[in-house]
Design a protein around this ligand. Structure first.
Ligand code: ATP
Ligand code: MG
Length: 182
């Protein structure tokens, strides 16, 4: 997708406004100053990443709690080449010995038959895979009983007349047929 990054994320957050309200969790979305420019980013993967993380934050945060999403640009000189996302919740938290496993497929902190929360334990495995495919990073900090914070960086490309015209199929030009501009 080509377009404005913060507007797209705003749209994703909007999908969670009603569920948050119904649960009695305060959902806050804070955006730093962003350059007024269009970027190329993989909206489909971004949406899957964000919906899984926000859904988890809401699921594991009891009524009266908070979920806060903060966005900031990542700069390379004067150009933005990525976006930093912080998602903090005041929920149940994750014990230190469980934390290294949460990105494993089918891993759930409470996997007992009397488990209080739904799901199958694949959300974060998918998130981790998608972030990797995009060339981004994800880390997590948590304190049992106090809350969890995920930190992400996702790359974006500046949209220019040349990058928007990149052909879908690429081929290599044999040396002998290349044009000599000298
Ligand atoms: P699914 O995403 O497949 O519906 P799930 O939410 O249980 O199921 P993941 O999203 O992969 O699975 O998360 C794995 C586990 O990590 C969760 O079951 C939960 O124990 C823990 N976890 C993830 N996010 C949070 C969070 N924000 N707060 C507390 N625990 C979390
Ligand atoms: Mg999940």
């Amino acid at each position: 997708m080509q377009g404005e990054v913060t507007g797209f994320i705003d749209h994703v957050v909007t999908l969670f406004r009603r569920p948050a309200e119904q649960k009695g969790v305060t959902l806050t979305y804070t955006v730093d100053q962003f350059p007024d420019q269009s970027y190329i980013f993989d909206a489909d993967k971004w949406e899957k990443i964000l919906t899984n993380l926000i859904a988890n934050a809401l699921k594991f945060t009891p009524s009266g709690g908070t979920v806060t999403l903060t966005l900031a640009p990542v700069w390379v000189g004067v150009e933005m080449n990525g976006i930093q996302i912080k998602l903090a919740d005041s929920g149940i938290g994750i014990a230190a010995d469980q934390l290294p496993h949460i990105f494993d497929r089918f891993y759930q902190v409470d996997n007992s038959s009397t488990r209080a929360y739904g799901g199958t334990g694949i959300g974060l495995a998918l998130v981790n895979e998608l972030v990797g495919l995009l060339g981004g990073t994800i880390t997590v900090e948590s304190q049992l009983g106090a809350g969890t914070t995920f930190y992400l960086t996702l790359p974006v490309k500046v949209m220019s007349s040349t990058t928007s015209d990149v052909p879908k199929i690429s081929w290599s030009v044999p040396k002998s047929s290349s044009v000599d501009h000298s």
